[in-house]
Design a protein around this ligand. Structure first.
Ligand code: CTP
Length: 398
């Protein structure tokens, strides 16, 4: 049931917009309060009057409607909901969302919201299969946007294929799933992710090949189970997922400070590939060749071990501390020793030998090391590793 849940329903301009009226009715039957927003193009397909009559609610249409701004500004409108639903989501709306455009009320609300966003795409199959739309879809998924459909079937234009909007009952089910209170609700989890950059001088740094994909996937999976996630990330290639508190850092020292500031937490997962060393004699000005042909000598000092520090806290230690171990040899032996040395509860060990393609790739093959021993998981997508680990975290905190 959706008792009292507030849904901001953005209706895009496509032939499937007529189904949005049925959707409003069904959402209200389940107890939801629906606030409709029509794009200009949507008004060509459904009238504001029918949307407001079915919703028993005022319909919002224009960013520059001053009366509405006085009553409820667009920022407030975007946050007053429990969920933002876009149905139908046209190729145009998806493109705007993916590229961060905000040139009308609908796209501005989508950018200003701090709530989960669920979209039900609907378009001609050639448009749906177009690389640009598929690219935007991947970007939106990466941002944590939830997707319902589209279905395969006959289209209004007579063609057959994927692109039909999911049916209203399916969209209602997706809304219910998105609003279901996950098992990690009320639990705070810190996730570190990405590489760190250790400066040599103002323009050069030492880094590693971590893309941040595994950490981002984990943060997304934990958020999906309802956790309140603080995501402390180094300069990663993969953007942070939506719905998490993002703290961007550059160096290991900054990552430690950010993690300490984010405590207390119920669990902490250290997926970052932290540089073990920083340049002790980093130059304040750009280093120049001195003409002698001799390379400069860099001196290193050891970085603080964030995982070990948090694992060994006397007070305020999270109930569950999880480290990662990137190994190229003797995976289980090394990772088991690492778990004991650092004092964490679990270690997720992975083989990062170049031949595995794991560092920077989409897949991971991990062995989970706990007090009970080592458990090898089959090779799977980083998203699947994240989901499985998030489920285990949720069980351990239950
Ligand atoms: N880690 C950390 N702070 C550091 C170094 C590592 O928090 N300064 C964390 C990583 O996030 C990871 C785990 O420790 O969860 C293991 O990191 P890894 O680099 O694989 O191990 P090392 O400690 O560097 O051990 P080794 O030198 O044996 O590889």
């Amino acid at each position: 049931m959706l008792d009292g849940k507030r849904i901001l329903l953005i209706v895009g301009g496509g032939i499937a917009a007529f189904k949005a009226l049925d959707l409003i009715r069904r959402l209200r039957e389940r107890g939801a309060v629906v606030t409709p927003v029509l794009t200009r193009a949507a008004e060509e397909f459904v009238t504001p009057l029918s949307a407001s009559a079915l919703a028993a609610h005022k319909v919002y249409r224009d960013l520059f409607d001053l009366t509405d701004e006085a009553e409820m500004g667009h920022i407030e409108l975007s946050r007053a909901a429990d969920l933002v639903l876009v149905a139908p989501a046209t190729a145009d709306l998806m493109g705007k969302m993916a590229s961060g455009l905000a040139d009308d009320l609908a796209s501005t609300l989508l950018m200003a919201t701090d709530k989960r966003v669920l979209i039900a795409p609907a378009m001609n199959l050639r448009m749906w299969l177009h690389p640009a739309v598929q690219r935007n879809l991947a970007l939106l998924k990466g941002d944590g946007v939830l997707i319902a459909g589209p279905n395969e079937g006959e289209m209004a234009c007579g063609e057959y294929g994927p692109g039909r909007m999911a049916e209203p009952p399916e969209i209602v089910a997706a809304v219910e799933a998105a609003l279901a209170e996950g098992p990690l609700k009320g639990r705070h989890v810190i996730v570190t992710s990405g590489p760190t950059h250790e400066p040599i001088d103002p323009v050069r740094y030492i880094a590693n090949r971590s893309s941040g994909a595994q950490g981002a996937a984990l943060a997304r999976a934990l958020t999906g189970l309802g956790a309140d996630v603080t995501f402390v990330t180094g300069p990663a290639e993969v953007p942070p997922p939506g719905g998490v508190r993002v703290i961007r850092v550059e160096t290991a020292q900054q990552m430690l400070e950010a993690v300490e500031a984010a405590l207390p937490a119920d669990a902490a997962v250290f997926a970052a590939a932290v540089a073990d060393w920083r340049v002790a004699n980093a130059a304040e000005r750009k280093m120049k060749k001195d003409g002698s042909g001799r390379p400069p000598t860099l001196e290193f000092s050891e970085n603080p071990d964030i995982l070990a520090r948090v694992s060994q806290l006397d007070e305020g230690r999270p109930c569950l501390v999880i480290g990662f171990a990137a190994e190229t040899d003797d995976l289980v032996v090394n990772a088991t020793a690492k778990r004991a040395r650092k004092g964490c509860d679990w270690i997720v060990a992975n083989d990062v030998s170049p031949a595995t393609g794991i560092m920077g790739g989409d897949e991971n093959a991990v062995t989970l090391i706990t007090a009970a021993g080592a458990e090898q998981w089959p090779r799977m997508g980083k998203d699947q590793v994240a989901n499985r680990l998030a489920q285990l975290i949720s069980k351990a905190l239950a």
